[in-house]
Structure formats: structure tokens, C-alpha cells
Design a binder for this molecule. Structure first.
Ligand SMILES: [Zn+2]
Length: 410
């Protein structure tokens, strides 16, 4: 079998390796283990611009390519952002535009792999805990695969995303709790009881479900023409995104393409920052699980995870790359969304907008520093928010004089 040949489990905590199987908890230190690829991949293949992330099929833990459930995810643009660079006094800023994925967020990468794995294990129903984007992606990819989707949406989920998910025919359950960890417990119990595949993008529950994020690292290497920037900045909720990008860079190290990963910065909202707290206090991953953030309160609902579900990867991602954990308050998050929209023409959701003001807090950065911001979700999902902010259009009669007068007024 391909998987057993090309992958094993690696404990990021103590380095123990195990053959693929269950359970995937390290027998030595108790941390969840991550999938690791041993598949060959040549530098020539890696240099080619991918048509979708599935051009990296051999580096993804799936048995057969004809099982892949895809909507063309990945291969997203890397956009230069010179006004951001000038504003924050950096040498160069580029934006990895994950909003260009099929359902408008990077979660499409994760769910495409997770649901393909569910198909390979013979499940007919998938279930997921979500603040929005994972639920939307799960609904869309389940529709694509002809599977039933049951979504456990917790208190942070916005109405627009719930409607987007329901439009794909998913069963949407609104769980009456602000704590994602509570919704996880319920979803896990349901999956256990009815034999559903658990698609939540938390590697501690299902290592397959966070593999898709690795491909962002591969694409960056290709798009930067092998010259990666000093910093990659990404939002952290559970941590599967930045932890996955880190493991993608480690694949590039294994393949001999880079010497070491770039410095990785994780941005959290100040109103729910268990990751920032853990980095500052040097807390080991398993210890962080005992202390959920007591009262998540932020406008960035998509990253308001009260525990670091993927702390076993995102903590070493920052600790081993001389990286940073940056807390950004809600006013700065909102300002970041507006700056990105007005300066660079990209409308993102508030969940990820904190990566923009985080550029002001990269340790040691100066006018020669190059940084990449991963912008993960599309602002079109949050038009209720933007509608409240922008002025009403000026009503005028259809004459040039009225246009002139209106412009003068503006
Ligand atoms: Zn271990």
C-alpha cells in the first residue's frame, strides 16, 4: 500500500516515529503525532507552477489519485503589496491570497484531503466542528463527493457562512456554547456513535485533516522562485494552518530544497490568545490543553479557539524557527481589513485581517526585511460587517452637474 510505504507518524514533541495506524498518540510523551511524507519529489517537479494543490499528490497521504475529491483548490496567487511594505517600513510584502480558493478560504485545502481520506475509509457521512469556513468547505466538498454533511457550528459562526454552508445541502446544527472545545466533544461523540468521519481541521483528532496546509509552503517556494522571505505571517486559531505550513517547509528541507524554514509568525486576536500566552510562558503543548481561554471575545470569530488544537505543530513551528506569536486587538484587526482593502484591493474577512497590523511587530524587521502575509478568508463572507462601515451611496439625478456637485461634496 502506498501510504504505508511513503508516510509514517512523527512525534514533534520527542521525535519518535511510528508506522501509520491507530492510535496516533505518542507512546513516549503522549503528544498527538503528525503524518510525515517520505515520498520522492524532484526539484524540477517542485519548480513547476501547480494547476491545483493536487499536483503535489505524492506528498499528500492519499492512496489513489482517482479518489481525490477536488474543486480545484490551491495554486492561489502570491500578490505584491508595495503600499503595505511602505506603510510598515519593510523591504517587501507579498500576500498569499487564499481567498481565491473555491469556497473562499484556505480550508478548502484541508477539507479536500480530509474528505478524500473519508472516502477512502468508506464513510458515507462527514461531520465537522466549525466557526464557519470549515463548515462551508465541508458542505461544498461533501456535495461534490455525494456524502452527507453534518455541521456543528459553535457560537462564533456568522450568519453569512451558515447560509453559505446550508446552500450546499448540509445539515447545520447551531451548538449553544461559545466554547469550541464543547462543540468538539459533542461532534466526537456523534462520530463515535454513528460511525461518521470526523473532518474537523484539528490534527490531534485526525492527522489527515490538516495535511492540505502543507501545500501552501510548496507553492510559496515555487512562487518566490526558491528565494523564500525572512518571515511568513499567518493567523492562528487552532494552529493547523501555521503548523501545516511549517511541516511543508520541513518537507522542503528533507527534499534538499531549503536549508531551514523561514521565521514563522502566528497572529491571534488579543481577546482569545491561548497560543500567544503559551509561547510567552513557554508552556508545553499538553499543559496548554488543561487551560482553555476562559472567555473568547473578539471580532475575529474564525480564530477564537479557546485551546490550541494543533499546538503540537504550531508551538514548535514558532519555537524552532525563531518566530513570533503576536496578539492584535479588535480595533487593529478592523483597521487591518480596511488597509488591505484600500491600499491593495483585497477584501478579506476579519478573522485573518490581523496579519496586516502584525507586520508592525515582527522582531528585528527593518527596511530590508521581506515578509509574506497569508490572507485566509474572503471578505465577501462578511458583507454585513462592511455594509455597516461604508457610507450610503449618494443619490443624484442623471446629470453631469449633479455628479460634479456630489464629487465636490465627497
Ligand atoms: Zn513523543
Amino acid at each position: 500500500m502506498r501510504l504505508e510505504h511513503d508516510f509514517d507518524f512523527l512525534c514533534n514533541g520527542c521525535g519518535r516515529r511510528e508506522a501509520i495506524g491507530r492510535p496516533f498518540v505518542c507512546p513516549d510523551c503522549g503528544e498527538p503525532m503528525s503524518l510525515r511524507s517520505h515520498a520522492p519529489f524532484t526539484d524540477i517537479e517542485m519548480r513547476q507552477a501547480p494547476r491545483s494543490m493536487w499536483d503535489y499528490f505524492r506528498l499528500l497521504p492519499i492512496e489513489r489519485s482517482d479518489h481525490v475529491v477536488t474543486l480545484g483548490e490551491g495554486a492561489t496567487p502570491l500578490v505584491r503589496a508595495p503600499r503595505l511594505a511602505a506603510r510598515y517600513g519593510l523591504g517587501e510584502v507579498r500576500v498569499k491570497n487564499e481567498m481565491a480558493n473555491p469556497t473562499g478560504s484556505f480550508k478548502d485545502r484541508q477539507v479536500s484531503v480530509g474528505i478524500t481520506h473519508a472516502v477512502e475509509t468508506g464513510c458515507d457521512t462527514v461531520a465537522v466542528v466549525s466557526s464557519g469556513n470549515v463548515g462551508v468547505a465541508t458542505a461544498a466538498y461533501a456535495a461534490r463527493a455525494g456524502l452527507r454533511a453534518v455541521l456543528f457550528m459553535h457560537g462564533q459562526a456568522g450568519a453569512g457562512k451558515i447560509a453559505q454552508a446550508a446552500a450546499h445541502g448540509a445539515t447545520v446544527l447551531r451548538i449553544d456554547t461559545p466554547a469550541p472545545s464543547e462543540a468538539f466533544r459533542l461532534c466526537l461523540e456523534a462520530c463515535e456513535k454513528w460511525g461518521w468521519a470526523h473532518l474537523s481541521t484539528a490534527g490531534m483528532y485526525e492527522p489527515w485533516n490538516v495535511e492540505g496546509a502543507k501545500t501552501i509552503a510548496y507553492e510559496l517556494w515555487q512562487q518566490y522562485n526558491c528565494e523564500l522571505p525572512e518571515w511568513v505571517v499567518a493567523p492562528v486559531g487552532g494552529g493547523g494552518l501555521l503548523g501545516g505550513i511549517w511541516r511543508g517547509f520541513l518537507d522542503l528541507v528533507r527534499l534538499g530544497l531549503i536549508e531551514k524554514p523561514p521565521r514563522l509568525a502566528g497572529m491571534q486576536a488579543a481577546g482569545c490568545a491561548p497560543f500567544v500566552r503559551a509561547v510567552e510562558e513557554g508552556t508545553p503543548f499538553l499543559e496548554t490543553l488543561k487551560h482553555p481561554w476562559p472567555n473568547p471575545k473578539t471580532i475575529a470569530g474564525g480564530i477564537a479557539d479557546d485551546i490550541i488544537f494543533d499546538g503540537h505543530t504550531v508551538l514548535p513551528a514558532v519555537r524552532t524557527t525563531n518566530g513570533a506569536a503576536i496578539a492584535v486587538d479588535d480595533p487593529a484587526i478592523m483597521e487591518g481589513a480596511h488597509i488591505l482593502a484600500r491600499d491593495e484591493g483585497l477584501l478579506c474577512e476579519l478573522t485573518c485581517a490581523g496579519v496586516i497590523p502584525a507586520l508592525a511587530h515582527l522582531p528585528g524587521a527593518d527596511k530590508n526585511t521581506r515578509a509574506c502575509c497569508v490572507v485566509t478568508g474572503n471578505g465577501l463572507k462578511e458583507m454585513d460587517y462592511y455594509r455597516k462601515l461604508v457610507p450610503e451611496p449618494v443619490r443624484i439625478p442623471p446629470t453631469l452637474e449633479a455628479v460634479e456637485e456630489a464629487l465636490g461634496r465627497a
